[in-house]
Design a binder for this molecule. Sequence first.
Ligand code: FES
Ligand code: FES
Length: 153
Amino acid sequence: MVTVELHINARKVKIDVDPDMPLLWAIRDFVGLTGTKYGCGIGQCGACTVHLDGNATRSCSVPVSAVGNQKITTIEGLSEKGDHPLQLAWQQEDVPQCGYCQAGQIMNAAALLRGNARPTDMEITTAMSGNICRCGTYQRIHKAIKKASTMRN
Ligand code: FES
Ligand code: FES
């Protein structure tokens, strides 16, 4: 066991954990933020996507001890009032079906828009290709990202 300090959603949290434990476990079971989901556990589905210093990262595939001082942002910390352009567009386009994959989808899309405010259709498709939705909401996800990109200044 080691004591790890996480900088998560603008607060600091100290937890005593196995250093090899995936960050996803720390976020959900130790910090209690359950918006980030466990899907495959092997970096293949994107359900566990969070930001580390703004970069989309599969939290199931990062040991908690490797995070260091990087700032973790989860879906709960993406915006103060749930009014990030993507969250607004997601509501307007009624994107989710079961909803399980959607936090990961939004976090991946948010990292895309952060680095590319006006992505082309191809850039959206490429950036989102690693996020699996078992309900098949891909067309609405794409439409919502397009809409969100027009909301940004
Ligand atoms: S749970 Fe992390 S990529 Fe699937
Ligand atoms: S909305 Fe059900 S898995 Fe994507």
